[in-house]
Ligand binder design. Structure first.
Ligand SMILES: *[C@@H]1O[C@H](CO)[C@@H](O)[C@H](O)[C@H]1NC(C)=O
Length: 141
């Protein structure tokens, strides 16, 4: 009467394939906050409006990845893994962001102190509930 469940081996294989596809095994774990406009000027490119990707997926680097300014223009893949409030992360969403500023000196202040990376409101709300101040992330360059 009841249908057979897929075998355990198949489930593990699918999980492994999914994890490889999304690069889960290569990321580092950190935290992310968000910051809102005004975004100009930035520590990386001053008042140049063209520095922002048209997707508005950009971020300010925390001190840990700022790298004395070498992080300017770097691209990171970021996904939300957890937060203090359950269901804050939007499942299955990974964004690619560009570093344009330094969180320690950004004109508009980050929603949380000491974050690894501070996301634009568009970037943050793509991977998590926009009303959160801080989320745990996995990121890779
Ligand atoms: C986002 O979080 C707020 C505050 O915790 C909550 O009231 C709201 O329902 C959440 N929104 C979604 C879409 O989960």
């Amino acid at each position: 009467m009841s249908k057979h469940q897929p075998s355990g081996v198949l489930q593990w294989l699918s999980l492994f394939l999914l994890m490889s596809l999304f690069g889960v095994s290569h990321g580092e774990v950190g935290t992310a906050g968000q910051y809102s406009p005004p975004y100009l000027p930035t520590a990386c490119y001053g008042n140049t409006p063209a520095q922002f990707p048209s997707s508005n997926l950009f971020a300010a680097a925390g001190e840990g990845i700022w790298d004395n300014g070498a992080s300017c223009g770097r691209q990171y893949l970021v996904r939300c893994i957890s937060a203090s409030v359950p269901k804050t992360c939007i499942p299955g969403e990974t964004i690619q962001i560009r570093i344009v500023d330094r969180a320690a000196t950004s004109l508009s202040r980050p929603s949380s102190n000491g974050a690894t990376i501070v996301l634009s409101t568009t970037a943050f709300s793509t991977i998590a509930n926009a009303s959160a101040n801080s989320i745990n992330i996995e990121y890779s360059q």
